[in-house]
Design a protein around this ligand. Structure first.
Ligand code: ATP
Ligand code: MG
Length: 373
């Protein structure tokens, strides 16, 4: 589908691509990875003739692209640049329809293409098609950028760090989507990243570049098992250190400043504390610091007496999470209970923190796990 034969590119006297050769099969998902400046973008742009190499040959579909009209060539190749580049004065529908319109599809067909594509990434056409890019979140805009590249149904799609600017949650969602889309639409994708996790997750084949040369070209499994040099090994090590959002735990999301009191504190002290802190419940601790439950201002009122200790009131046993519990499981618990927060406990049952519905966690959870409420 795409073949490089001894491709050489110079800028001035500097060699940017030094005898690059590789072959990409139809339907393959190939990831180009390597340090900044190694020539990934230059390689990508050579495929759609935004850059012309001095030496060597590039074939797309068996045709030497130096002999193909660049405009014609680019119609067969979708391109997602790093800054997505949606047109701010056009609606989402107009943005997606840009290429099909240029290819003179009928209006009704453009609408159908837009609708179908939006459905594939779970964005409701009625809700979003008529919005403008600024009315969408960064992740949603990125999704539209990807859809636009796919819209004219080109057999080849080039993507230059399409998810680079996104938070890990949104990135994970979009990675899943792009893999699904590729499988469904059977595209040949060349995808640039410098994130090894992303490469390992997405690629059928990884091409690792350094100083304009290919250091290793291998499947993710092969590269994991036998990295060709120290630089690749280093990329692998760094990537395994950064956490996969699906492996986040309760500890990554909890707030550690929850207010707690021992059972022996007087009720009066507790109500004063609640008034001062503008909170309507307190976490109660046993003498050995283990967690005992929650007491709400309503429980205190029901108790009727303002004398005595808070320990005389039976605390409410709300839901708790272990500190090592998967973040998604903690969120699920929270949303399936009527409680406003989950108390996160250390191994020894002391209080580590709380995860509340109103904390940032909600937004993060929404992105990754969809609407939960
Ligand atoms: N138009 C240009 N003129 C001169 N030098 C350029 C030009 N474009 C790129 N270069 C140089 O070519 C080299 C490779 O650039 P390229 O954009 O392909 O790197 P990259 O691997 O995509 O890096 P990054 O990860 O930072 O995006 C760099 O050293 C860059 O400075
Ligand atoms: Mg680049």
């Amino acid at each position: 589908m795409i073949r490089f034969e001894n491709v050489k590119k110079k800028f001035g006297d500097t060699i940017i691509l030094n005898n690059i050769s590789f072959n990409i099969e139809p339907g393959e998902f190939v990831v180009l990875i390597g340090p900044s400046g190694c020539g990934k973008t230059t390689t990508l742009k050579s495929i759609n003739r935004l850059i012309t190499p001095e030496e060597g040959k590039i074939f797309v579909n068996g045709q030497d692209i130096s002999k193909v009209n660049p405009v014609k060539l680019r119609r067969k190749i979708g391109y997602v640049i790093q800054q997505i580049g949606l047109f701010p004065n056009m609606t989402i529908e107009q943005n997606i329809g840009l290429v099909p319109k240029r290819l003179k599809y009928a209006k009704s067909e453009i609408k159908k293409i837009t609708k179908d594509l939006m459905e594939m990434v779970d964005m409701s056409y009625d809700e979003y098609a008529h919005k403008y890019p600024t009315e969408l979140s960064g992740g949603q805009q990125q999704r539209i950028g990807v859809l636009r590249a796919l819209a004219a149904s080109p057999p080849i799609v080039l993507m230059d760090e399409p998810f680079g600017a996104l938070d890990p949650m949104t990135r994970a969602t979009l990675q899943e989507e792009i893999v699904k889309l590729q499988k469904k639409l059977k595209k040949t994708i060349v995808f640039v990243t410098h994130d090894m996790n992303e490469a390992l997750d997405l690629a059928d084949k990884i091409i690792f570049m350094e100083h304009g040369e290919i250091v290793q070209m291998a499947s993710p499994d092969e590269m994991l098992a036998n990295p060709a040099n120290d630089l690749i090994r280093d990329f692998m090590r760094k990537s395994s250190a950064t956490s996969d959002p699906l492996n986040l735990t309760a500890a990554d999301f909890m707030r550690t400043n929850a207010i707690s009191v021992y059972k022996k504190r007087s009720i009066r002290e507790c109500t004063d504390l609640m008034a001062r802190q503008h909170i309507d419940s307190l976490l109660i601790k046993n003498e050995d610091d283990t967690y005992a439950g929650i007491i709400n201002i309503k429980d205190i009122k029901k108790h009727g007496k303002s004398s005595g200790t808070i320990g005389e009131i039976t605390p409410y046993q709300n839901i708790t999470s272990d500190i090592t519990e998967n973040a998604k499981d903690s969120f699920d618990k929270l949303y399936n209970s009527g409680d406003n927060y989950v108390v996160v406990l250390n191994d020894d049952k002391t209080i580590a923190g709380i995860i509340s519905k109103t904390s940032m966690a909600t937004a993060m959870a929404d992105t990754l796990w969809g609407d939960m409420q």
